[in-house]
Design a protein around this ligand. Structure first.
Ligand SMILES: [Zn+2]
Length: 435
């Protein structure tokens, strides 16, 4: 959530931005004025004022600058809640050295105090832009953008604790109905060039896996729809990220079991919990998002657009049993596998190999599997070429649930990676898979 320090600078610099509506050019101008006021304050050595315009600004920085020259300010995104600019500034320091900033600056608008600078990112890549008013109201671009460190995976003590409550309050989804088979792809007319790219966010009990900001930012920047199969425990350990992904109309969240259980081995109530607790965790975070102050103006719309519960499920390790298939469809979920395997959890799978595999195997109705939890080693590097290559062939990316509406599922009676029984080895390797 956006955490802004509210400052009493309204009288000093004006609060006109707060009254402007989204998309108004005046919003851009008003935010830009704050940015220019910040550098003017530095040039006049009004370091206290500069400190009030930039969150967390170290006034010593200001004191060491003799002159700041704004060379260019280009608006990137401007909404009522946030604005980003591509910015170039040259500095002359008090020690007569010079420095140079070129990159993106993000500003957030507070209700009463107007615009504040919330972050700088050097380089010419833009910060991730919010794709809905709800996102713009709840997070700054810098908060949405994240950083590469979040991709790291950490070993932890085993955590098998349940979510806050045992069963979802919302009724089970009924999007596809009972299915005793797994879905490999969707039969759409050959000339209908649509497919679904999916990313798994797996997390076992004894680890905290990552958030691959680069992948998500690329999907947002390229406006690619995707289905993200999130583990229940992953959602619990990444609540902000989960809520951001939920709030983003580009994405749908699917269920990827509570602690990544091997559902060919796990049975009975434990099997049911792996599925059900993940639904609960999603519901709890969705409720939290809808109840948050930033979401209040968009609550009715968000309640409509963010599904109450996931309607698609992905088996960890791609393994299932007839009992597991029944348990998944019994909780209203469609068991979604894939027909194109990116191979990205293997470190040896290069970006070039990922691109080649996906581009050569994708066909209308395909479901592509990749990872966005830190285990997609070269996925982010491959993604621009994958997106570009498929779009050049005329493909449009849709969410899995949308793909399922466009044709009959192509199913298999068991669950496998590329051909039947090819993942039986995981039973020995991972056992129940939850540790
Ligand atoms: Zn997984």
């Amino acid at each position: 959530m956006k955490k802004l320090i509210l400052l009493s600078i309204c009288g000093l610099l004006g609060c006109s931005a707060a009254s402007l509506s989204a998309g108004d050019n005046g919003v851009c101008l008003s935010a830009e004025n704050t940015l220019r006021d910040f550098y003017a304050a530095i040039n006049n050595q009004h370091c206290d004022i500069a400190g009030k315009l930039r969150q967390g600004y170290d006034k010593k920085q200001c004191q060491h600058i003799k002159n700041a020259t704004v060379i260019s300010v280009q608006p990137q995104t401007c909404t009522a809640g946030q604005a980003t600019f591509l910015l170039e500034v040259k500095f002359q320091k008090t020690n007569n050295r010079t420095s140079h900033f070129y990159g993106t600056v993000a500003l957030a608008n507070t209700d009463q105090q107007g615009w504040l600078i919330t972050g700088f990112q050097s380089g010419n890549t833009s910060l991730a832009s919010p794709t809905s008013p709800l996102m713009a109201a709840c997070w700054t671009s810098a908060e949405l953008s994240g950083n590469k460190q979040e991709k790291a995976i950490h070993k932890t003590a085993a955590d098998h604790s349940p979510p806050a409550y045992d069963a979802p309050n919302a009724p089970a989804p009924t999007s596809i109905g009972a299915l005793s088979h797994s879905i490999r792809s969707v039969a759409v007319p050959a000339d209908k060039k649509i497919l679904a790219i999916t990313f798994d966010l797996c997390e076992q009990a004894n680890e905290k896996t990552g958030y691959d900001a680069e992948i998500i930012n690329l999907l947002r920047a390229s406006h690619v729809k995707a289905t993200l199969f999130t583990g229940g425990k992953w959602m619990r350990s990444h609540p902000d990220r989960t809520q951001q992904l939920m709030a983003d109309p580009l994405f749908e969240l699917g269920n990827h079991a509570w602690t990544h259980g091997n559902l060919r081995v796990i049975r009975g109530e434990e099997l049911q919990q792996q599925i059900r607790w993940t639904q609960v965790q999603y519901e709890q975070l969705r409720d939290g998002l809808l109840a948050s102050a930033c979401a209040a103006p968009f609550k009715a719309q968000a309640a409509q657009s963010i599904p109450p519960l996931p309607s698609v499920f992905r088996f960890p390790y791609g393994t299932c049993s007839p009992e597991a298939l029944a348990a998944v469809s019994g909780q209203g979920l469609a068991p979604v596998q894939w027909d194109v395997v990116s191979g990205d959890p293997a470190k040896s799978q290069s970006a070039e190999a990922i691109v080649r595999t996906i581009i050569s195997q994708a066909k209308p109705g395909s479901i592509i599997v990749a990872h966005a939890n830190g285990r997609g080693w070269n996925t982010a590097k491959a993604l621009p070429k994958v997106i570009d290559g498929l779009r050049k062939q005329g493909y449009e990316f849709v969410k899995v649930s949308e793909l399922l509406q466009m044709g009959d599922p192509v199913t298999a009676s068991s669950c496998y990676e590329v051909k039947p029984n090819d993942n039986v080895k995981y039973d020995k390797l991972f056992g129940k898979g939850t540790e």
